[in-house]
Design a protein around this ligand. Structure first.
Ligand code: 2M8
Ligand code: MG
Ligand code: MG
Length: 275
């Protein structure tokens, strides 16, 4: 059994970022040696900090499937990887941040010019984490300064806060797509990437688990649109409730709707696996 888990709004509460309600279940899963694989739009730095805090030593997937980080001697069998980073072997699917940022800025410039000419579409404010100060990010997200800084250190994706009319937002998202960039809504923000998604990374890592351990059953827990591809890639997909006690609009035949916001739903959904 392998657990793939989103972080914001799932293992972590959507506003307080607390994992407290999930801790008992998490400790039981760890005691049973069930791998807990983070699969989030969060950066490497953010995820490493949380792994250390929780004593999690399993592989993890950063920035919406941009890269898979595998601790050096985690798997017995060799596999091909793209680079070594600290104690991890890294399989990369995303494009480097600088490259992404150039393309993204180009699209944003064009979209802004078009919106100025077509006032009927409404206005659009775009704030990218890369361009905001650490203090701004802390204010926007409710993260502490250190965590906000880790969120700003992006290696493959850019997170944008969009403020504007639906039409203007849809226009920007369509233009991104035309430029070969993908976007995923994570609950509050849009994260833009070079075409990668969580699901592909989950499938790749699942293959590695199977290669090393034989048959493996996977479960995945998420809360937002950006989790759909991850949920579609696992055997037992689970959706937890968001702050307004609703579930994101996800259609999957075998989807389990867990009651409870974020970590409460997480705990309820995985409790039976932990006993
Ligand atoms: C962003 O991610 C969340 C969902 O995970 C979102 O899009 O709403 C990312 O930039 C992440 O790095 C950051 O920690 C998080 C803070 O809320 O926002
Ligand atoms: Mg989430
Ligand atoms: Mg996430």
């Amino acid at each position: 059994l392998v657990v793939f888990s989103d972080l914001d709004g799932t293992l972590l509460h959507p506003t307080s970022y607390s994992y407290a309600p999930a801790l008992t279940t998490l400790r039981r899963l760890q005691a049973r040696d069930i791998p807990i694989v983070f699969c989030s739009s969060k950066t490497r730095e953010e995820q490493v900090a949380l792994r250390q805090e929780l004593g999690i030593t399993d592989p993890f997937i950063v920035e919406n499937g941009s890269a898979v980080f595998i601790p050096k001697s985690y798997f017995r069998l060799p596999f091909s990887y793209d680079r070594v980073c600290d104690d991890y072997l890294v399989i990369e699917m995303g494009v480097p941040y600088q490259e992404l940022k150039l393309k993204l800025n180009h699209v944003i410039e064009n979209v802004k010019a078009r919106l100025t000419k077509n006032a009927w579409m409404g206005t659009l404010d775009i704030a990218c984490f890369g361009d905001l100060t650490v203090e701004d990010i802390a204010r926007e997200t409710g993260l502490g300064l250190k965590a906000a800084e880790a969120a700003k250190h992006r290696e493959y994706t850019e997170t944008m806060k969009l403020h504007g009319g639906r039409q203007a937002i849809e226009f920007l998202l369509a233009e991104l797509k035309k430029a070969g960039l993908s976007h995923a809504f994570g609950g509050r923000f849009y994260t833009v990437s070079g075409g990668n998604e969580k699901g592909k990374a989950v499938k790749l890592l699942t293959e590695l688990f199977k290669l090393n351990y034989g048959a493996v059953i996977t479960t995945g827990v998420g809360d937002s649109d950006n989790d759909v591809s991850m949920l579609a890639a696992v055997d037992r997909p689970v959706l937890v409730q968001n702050q307004s006690l609703r579930w994101a609009k996800v259609k999957l035949a075998n989807l389990v709707f867990a009651k409870g916001v974020g970590p409460e739903g997480w705990s309820r959904a995985l409790a039976d696996l932990a006993t």
